[in-house]
Design a binder for this molecule. Structure first.
Ligand code: FPP
Length: 230
């Protein structure tokens, strides 16, 4: 079983449009699918699930669509807070949350703090997240420490750098899934995906099921991972 699975929740818009529905209807079903897949991951012993919910580039979408995604996140976090004892899911966020509404920032802070005590399974929601942005922020932070005389540029190791990322302390994802037929990374977990196995499927995210996840895990288990060796 991979310890850490990451997913680009892609295809919500096409799923809705093909049914004559507004794109936001796809995001709404997509958020339910996230809930289902997170619960399933916990059941089968995956330790971390990281999902791409909103990228640093997604602000280019219409105000209506951005507003709808933010509304769904708010709804999800409210419900997560209510059902926390039942779900026992530790929730974390990767990304620069300062651009979100104060209400959403507060909800994220609260869920992160309250759910921090749950052990066994953690879901990381990437919000206003970009892989390059994450690396640049870490580089700035290290440069700042060097300028203050607290760090030495030549002493920086990959492990030290990893500890400056949002994913500090979390093992790298071993399996990254992208549904909807798109075969690209789109700025997702650029540093952490160095040795990840990718799994692509044409299924759109709102149609994604635990069975689809099992197919991805089976494909992962059939791979020969060499990490640069032979
Ligand atoms: C990508 O599909 C999806 C998004 C940019 C938004 C994902 C957000 C959610 C599922 C809702 C909130 C999340 C949580 C965790 C509660 P797309 O819109 O790019 O689809 P398309 O490629 O078919 O247009």
């Amino acid at each position: 079983m991979p310890k850490h699975i990451a997913i680009v929740m892609d295809g919500n818009g096409r799923w809705a449009t093909s049914r004559g529905l507004p794109r936001t209807a796809g995001h709404s079903v997509g958020s339910e699918v996230f809930r289902k897949i997170a619960t399933y991951c916990k059941e089968i012993g995956v330790q971390y699930l990281t999902v791409y919910a909103f990228s640093t580039e997604n602000w280019k979408r219409s105000e209506e669509e951005v507003g709808a995604i933010m509304g769904l996140l708010k709804k999800y976090l409210f419900e997560a807070l209510e059902k926390m004892e039942q779900d026992q899911i530790r929730l974390q966020f990767f990304g620069d949350l300062s651009r979100l509404s104060p209400e959403l920032q507060e909800l994220a802070k609260k869920t992160r703090e309250i759910s921090g005590k749950y052990e066994g399974f953690q879901a990381n929601i990437c919000l206003n997240y970009g892989g390059r942005d994450e690396i640049v922020r870490a580089a700035r932070e290290y440069a700042r420490r060097c300028a203050e005389g607290k760090a030495d540029p030549d002493a920086l190791t990959e492990a030290d750098f990893g500890n400056l990322l949002y994913s500090s302390g979390i093992p790298d994802p071993e399996l990254i899934i992208r549904p909807s037929g798109e075969i690209r990374i789109s700025n997702f977990l650029l540093w952490q995906s160095a040795y990840a196995e990718y799994y692509f499927t044409d299924v759109l995210w709102p149609d994604f099921t635990p069975e689809e996840l099992e197919k991805a895990i089976a494909a992962f288990n059939g791979r020969n991972r060499r990490f640069g060796g032979v």
